[in-house]
Design a protein around this ligand. Structure first.
Ligand code: KIV
Length: 267
């Protein structure tokens, strides 16, 4: 059984949080049985389920559909669902309408991408009872503006900006932050400065927890996965053992290892 309170307790106790993306009831049930701490119905489903080249074409009603399936499969696990591109960027009222649909489908928290520009929206949602997870670093919904799927915040200026964004999102009421594809050192600094859990993906092993795209860590994704992914099926004979190995490796800090992290200094 996991919920926001149990995740906050894990965090306070210094225990790592193991999260995976999930899009359907069968995987959700297996992940819940394995003891996963949280599930993310991510808009990565656009790429791994729909075969799109980015997350931008994913529609809100598709995340609603997949969230309902995941909630049926894992009724006792904390579920975060992604607000999709175009469903929240125009302002707090639009974001509330979209978030309400995800919560009605079974989500316990919504995730949105962006820093300072999202602070007002985060505050609006949180003060109306919707837990919000922020997402900083590589923002897949802004991939055409940022120039591709590259490591972010590699300069001192951009690293300082990301740290400021993290502090502002926390101050606005975010309950958690996903940090994607940033230097491990910066993720460690953010994790030390904020009081809410940081969940890394390509952000080194000093974060409060980790998330991976389920299909990447099971080696199902047809394309070459990003460098920060470990294929957990390499070491064990079946999916259940791969999931158990992932949870154990996150909890004991052995994943991500150096080879999955960006260790170069910030310039
Ligand atoms: O959509 C997604 O799966 C995500 C993760 C990559 C963090 O946002």
């Amino acid at each position: 059984m996991s919920n926001l309170l149990s995740l906050q307790q894990r965090h306070r106790a210094g225990e790592k949080i193991a999260m995976l993306t999930c899009y359907d009831a069968s995987f959700a049930a297996r992940l819940e049985s394995a003891g996963i701490d949280a599930l993310l119905v991510g808009d990565s489903l656009g790429m791994v389920i729909q075969g799109q080249t980015s997350t931008l074409p994913v529609r809100l009603e598709q995340i609603v559909y997949h969230t309902a399936a995941v909630a049926r499969g894992a009724p006792n696990t904390f579920i975060i669902a992604d607000l999709t591109f175009g469903s929240y960027q125009t302002g707090p009222a639009q974001a509330f309408d979209a978030a309400a649909q995800l919560m009605a489908a079974g989500a316990h928290c919504i995730k949105l991408e962006g820093g300072a520009v999202m602070a007002e929206t985060v505050h609006f949602l949180v003060s109306r009872g919707i837990p919000v997870c922020g997402h900083l670093g590589l923002l897949p919904q802004s991939v055409y503006a940022s120039g591709g799927y590259a490591v972010q915040a590699k300069t001192r200026e951009s690293a300082d900006q990301l740290l400021d964004d993290a502090l502002l999102l926390e101050q606005s009421g975010a309950c958690m932050l996903v940090l994607e594809a940033i230097p491990a050192l910066l993720a460690a600094q953010v994790t030390q400065r904020v009081h809410i859990p940081t969940i890394g993906i390509g952000a080194g092993n000093q974060c409060s927890g980790q998330v991976l795209v389920l299909y990447d860590m099971l080696g199902i994704t047809p394309k070459k996965p990003p460098r920060f992914v470990r294929n957990f099926m390499h070491d064990v004979p079946n999916i259940d053992q791969a999931i158990a190995l992932y949870i154990q490796a996150v909890r004991d800090g052995s994943f991500p290892a150096d080879e999955h992290s960006f260790l170069k200094p910030i310039l």
